[in-house]
Design a protein around this ligand. Structure first.
Ligand code: MG
Length: 284
């Protein structure tokens, strides 16, 4: 009887307790479209395994390309006689060599999204994790005589903190050469990266491109979902050979492709367009 009375008291009280809480607390944490992606990117050993695999493949492909002087990973910008140029590898920074999931996790918790006003202080905090396998790969490439270039859309102002963090995490640095090429560091260096890779190709033979975004490999990354598929298909000979992709489900041009890369699209409309972009089973 005593238990039954307690049970009755509790069940009678629950709606009252819920009614006393602000509506959001009663429902639990607010939904966030990036929660699972960021959780995976930061905590899943399955994520780490894919990154280790990518860099293990990069090492094999690096050795092959080093031995074959007729090869370049970037025929779009590497023209003329490059066989005797010294070797280089080109890597993106964010979520290719440095994991920025703590910034994404902060956005999930704060209910915010990417903003240069919060991004720069994040970069300056120098707390990025290393992508598993990345640091070892760059040191390996450097030990075999390759220059390791980091082509990033971080800004010139963010370069000192980026360089310090890369160095702390054991990445190969450029010694007397500036190997961190940031956006707008030179007049024709926009967020599309081919002008920076062309700059590298003037003096080096590019053996490998490594990135988490289609834009790390080609400037044709801002198309629709269908157009990007065609770009992927047209470059079939590169994937897994001299273009190595690192998985990033937390952001990228794949995400904005669903809503035409128009970042002013309201969040609810972005979500609807993403749902519309997926082919789905018709159901049982
Ligand atoms: Mg990136």
């Amino acid at each position: 009887m005593k238990y039954a009375a307690t049970f009755l008291f509790l069940t009678a009280s629950l709606p009252a307790i819920a009614a006393d809480l602000p509506p959001d607390e009663a429902k639990g944490p607010a939904a966030n479209d990036n929660l699972n992606a960021v959780l995976w990117d930061q905590t899943a050993v399955e994520a780490k395994a894919t990154m280790v695999q990518a860099y293990a493949l990069a090492r094999i492909r690096f050795d092959e390309a080093l031995a074959d002087r007729s090869r370049t990973a970037d025929p779009a910008v590497q023209t003329g006689d490059f066989a005797n140029k010294p070797p280089a590898v080109v890597l993106d920074v964010d979520d290719t060599v440095l994991n920025t999931s703590q910034y994404q996790a902060w956005n999930v918790k704060a209910g915010t999204s990417f903003n240069p006003k919060t991004w720069t202080p994040y970069v300056n905090a120098k707390i990025d994790f290393a992508i598993p396998g990345a640091s070892d790969f760059t040191r390996y490439a450097a030990s075999r005589g390759a220059k390791v270039f980091y082509v990033t859309n971080r800004t010139k102002e963010e370069e000192p903190a980026t360089a310090e963090r890369l160095k702390e995490l054991g990445f190969a640095m450029g010694d007397n050469v500036d190997t961190i090429l940031t956006a707008k560091e030179q007049e024709d260096w926009g967020s599309a990266k081919s002008t920076r890779r062309a700059f590298i190709a003037r003096d080096y033979r590019i053996l490998l491109l490594v990135g988490d975004n289609l834009g790390d490999f080609t400037d044709a990354y801002k198309g629709s979902v269908e157009e990007r598929q065609r770009v992927f298909d047209d470059n079939a000979q590169h994937w897994g050979k001299d273009w190595i992709a690192i998985p990033n489900p937390t952001y990228g041009s794949w995400e904005s492709a669903a809503y035409g890369h128009d970042f002013k699209t309201p969040p609810e409309e972005q979500r609807q367009k993403k749902i519309d972009a997926m082919k789905a089973w018709s159901g049982p």
